[in-house]
Design a protein around this ligand. Structure first.
Ligand SMILES: [Zn+2]
Length: 276
């Protein structure tokens, strides 16, 4: 039974539409009203939000490796002016961020480091309900390439087990911390039920400084500037995320791009929703 109570609290918090960090005002509401409300709203909240799917033929999914292991990719091949926003770790919280994701209906993908998010299930439940899948970013954020096969497997499998228990869906995409991985990482990922490894093509240094010391800088991996179709952008759960995210959305729209759901550009065999 242990472990059930936090989940139930999160469910109730989610149904009542509360943001992380505050509890809902339920005074004056009778228990039976609450029950009716739960009954009508539960089905809606357990359904993931549906995001627009791309036109067939408008993109090329990442290639599967010949070795049968989960492939590694850092962008999606497409001519559509779409970018994919991914947010990692989970060490710091900004309740206003949840409101923006909800209000603006922005598809995001979350990579959780499960040790970081202990005790903050409510925050990520709210994001899950706003349409973000919870994918795997290890238990303790190590440099995977420096670990034994056994240790790598433990980092990935235990993180997936925790995410499955807390959010009701087993992660199928893995992001290695620091983008560091080797062949053993791909084998460990496969053994833990992961279907692909997602890196990134650009990083927005929200709440921190880029390698050349600029706070809030947007840096492309290929050295270019601005967005390119199919970019996967890395951000982090940090303080001030709401404001930084708003800034990034502004840049994306200014350049004629829009955020899209990366899972809809990945076939099911790689952990996404698309056919194949
Ligand atoms: Zn990370």
């Amino acid at each position: 039974m242990r472990g059930k109570f936090p989940l139930i609290s999160c469910v109730i918090a989610g149904v009542l539409g509360v943001s992380a960090g505050s509890w809902p005002e339920v005074r004056g509401q009778t228990l039976s009203e609450t029950r009716t409300s739960l009954r009508t709203q539960l089905p809606a909240m357990f359904a993931d939000r549906q995001w627009a799917t791309p036109k067939p033929g408008s993109w090329t999914p990442p290639r599967k490796g010949d070795d049968g292991l989960p492939p590694v990719f850092n962008r999606i091949q497409t001519q559509d002016k779409v970018v994919f926003l991914t947010i990692d770790d989970g060490y710091e919280y900004d309740a206003a961020f949840v409101d923006i994701v909800r209000r603006e209906r922005v598809p995001i993908l979350t990579f959780l480091t499960t040790n970081y998010v202990k005790g903050h299930g409510q925050y990520f439940w709210a994001l899950r309900n706003a349409g973000s899948r919870m994918e795997n970013h290890t238990v303790s954020h190590p440099n995977m390439a420096g670990l034994s096969a056994e240790a790598q497997k433990r980092e990935i499998c235990r993180s997936s087990d925790t995410i499955t228990a807390q959010y009701g869906r087993r992660p199928q995409i893995f992001r290695p911390p620091f983008g560091s991985y080797n062949q053993t990482t791909r084998q460990a990922a496969r053994d833990c039920g992961v279907k692909s490894l997602m890196l990134w093509s650009a990083e927005f240094y929200n709440g921190t400084t880029s390698p050349r010391g600029v706070r809030g800088e947007f840096v492309r991996g290929d050295g270019g500037t601005g967005f390119k179709p199919g970019d996967i952008v890395l951000m982090h759960y940090r303080k001030g995320l709401a404001q930084d995210f708003t800034t990034l959305l502004g840049w994306i729209r200014q350049q004629g791009f829009r955020p899209a759901a990366v899972e809809n550009y990945l076939p099911m065999s790689l952990g996404g929703n698309a056919p194949g």
